[in-house]
Write a protein that binds this ligand. Structure first.
Ligand code: HEM
Length: 428
């Protein structure tokens, strides 16, 4: 009823005809029904479609609620089908896995230390004051299946800060005590339009064609530029997950009036300030870091990236360090909020806000792997100061919540860490 009144008065004010008004009213009602379907699947009453930040450049895409509801349906049906087919995790156990980033190389303990030189206008949210957070970091392959690591893929790094005080954007999600930062090893995502995303996913999850063929068939649903991006994002071969840079791809709030993307940049622990401050030098530095970590060696060993992490952290007992940096918004043309396919590097430099240290450790017990997979990392575990922005983020709000709800229910997860959030003191 509220929607009907809203639409009617807006249309009357604009002098629209009754036919146009009827069509418009129908569309709004459909969008509301789709939003309800999506929020129910996600198990939340928080409505991202009613909480957009137009002043920061957010706007709804036409009928995006319907496309997001369709994407959620495709993904949850895929998970149920693969569970029924007996899909197994890295340890060979039949479980409901993540739809994306199904294979973890491991979850490691880390410390995230807010730097003392954070610029005044970035001292917001978890970066408000110098402080060290205990964190868990999950490294993963992007694919929906547990595959050999030499295969081309996107790679993920998901950081979960623990014991983060303050009310979060979504107050009825589990893990209220956490703030997550979720990244991939490429600066941009491959698609913005939610309808194109649903369409390509429909083919990708149809079960038709296998592996590479299925992937290639699905990108034919995209415009050429997006198809090329899809192949670039999902086409990396890397040597070691803890030597790779990772980007947020999407934009986030950085305080009430500002937006930024962020990145995790690998640096030597004894040279935390070695990353250049100049924008062009940063881009060259990041490219070099990726090239140095590129791998072209097919291997017979399925889990070679986990083995590479083990060599660094367990065998060589080396600490690993990252610089966590913000890349602030400049203007809607060069740093758009609703278009994650646009690289901001030509317009904006990264500003370090935290030092991340992953101490030498063992991380491969079965109990730790289970704990790792039972957590849920989502950009929507966020303080309002770090609220995710844009359509890709709104999609992820619904999809991650729906899939983690499903897999936790299927897998009988009842751990405290999975409900209120881990403390960072867990040991296995
Ligand atoms: C519409 C776009 C996207 C969809 C539908 C999507 C879907 C998903 C799903 C279903 C999961 C598993 C969630 C769970 O069961 O807990 C996931 C995990 C993940 N996604 Fe996305 N994703 C999208 C975009 C992105 C983008 C832009 C990034 C870039 C940073 C990203 C990075 C990741 C990572 C790193 C994980 C693994 C998190 C973990 O370790 O648990 N995704 N994604």
């Amino acid at each position: 009823m509220r929607t009907l009144l809203r639409t009617t008065s807006a249309a009357v004010a604009l002098g629209l005809s009754f036919t146009a008004l009827a069509a418009c009213t129908q569309e709004t009602a459909d969008d509301d029904a789709a939003a309800d379907e999506a929020l129910t699947a996600a198990g939340t009453t928080y409505d991202p479609f009613k909480d957009i930040d137009p002043a920061l450049g957010e706007s709804l895409w036409p009928n995006e609620q319907k496309d997001i509801a369709a994407t959620t349906r495709i993904i949850t049906s895929f998970l149920q089908r693969r569970r029924a087919e007996g899909r197994t995790d890295t340890l060979g156990r039949v479980r409901t896995l993540r739809d994306a980033h199904a294979k973890a190389h491991g979850c490691v303990k880390a410390e995230v230390k807010v730097r003392s030189d954070v610029p005044a206008d970035m001292k917001v949210g978890v970066f408000a004051q110098p402080k060290t957070y205990k964190a868990w970091i999950r490294f993963s392959n992007g694919n929906s299946e547990v595959r050999y690591d030499w295969k081309r893929d996107a790679r993920g790094m998901a950081i979960k800060l623990t014991n983060v005080p303050g009310a979060k954007v979504v107050k009825d999600f589990p893990e209220q005590s956490t703030q997550d930062f979720v990244m991939i090893n490429h600066p941009v995502f491959f698609v913005d339009n939610p309808s194109q995303y649903a369409s390509t996913l429909e083919v990708f999850h149809s079960g038709k064609g296998f592996e590479v063929l299925g992937q290639l068939l699905s990108v034919t649903r995209l415009p050429l530029e997006n198809a090329k991006l899809a192949l670039a994002v999902n086409g990396t071969q890397i040597e070691n997950p803890v030597a790779e840079p990772y980007w947020s791809m999407a934009a986030y709030k950085l305080g009430p009036n500002r937006a930024a993307k962020y990145a995790s940049i690998p640096v030597a622990c004894d040279a935390m300030d070695s990353f250049p401050r100049d924008r062009a030098a940063q881009t060259a530095w990041l490219r070099k870091a990726q090239e140095a970590n590129e791998s072209h060696l097919p291997s017979a060993h399925r889990d070679e990236l986990r083995a590479a992490m083990q060599k660094t952290l367990e065998k060589d007992k080396k600490d690993v360090c990252y610089l966590f940096a913000m890349q602030p918004f400049v203007d809607l043309e060069r740093t758009p909020i609703e278009h994650t396919t646009v690289n901001w590097d030509a317009a904006s430099a990264f500003v370090p806000v935290a030092n991340v240290r992953i101490p030498a450790q063992t991380f491969t017990s079965e109990a730790q792997d289970t704990f790792c997979d039972d957590m849920s990392f989502t950009p929507w575990h966020a303080l309002p100061e770090h609220k995710p922005l844009g359509v890709v983020s709104r999609t992820r709000l619904i999809v991650y919540a729906a899939t983690s709800k499903l897999r936790r229910a299927d897998n009988g997860v009842g751990l405290r860490s999975a409900l209120t959030g881990p403390t960072g003191d867990e040991s296995f």
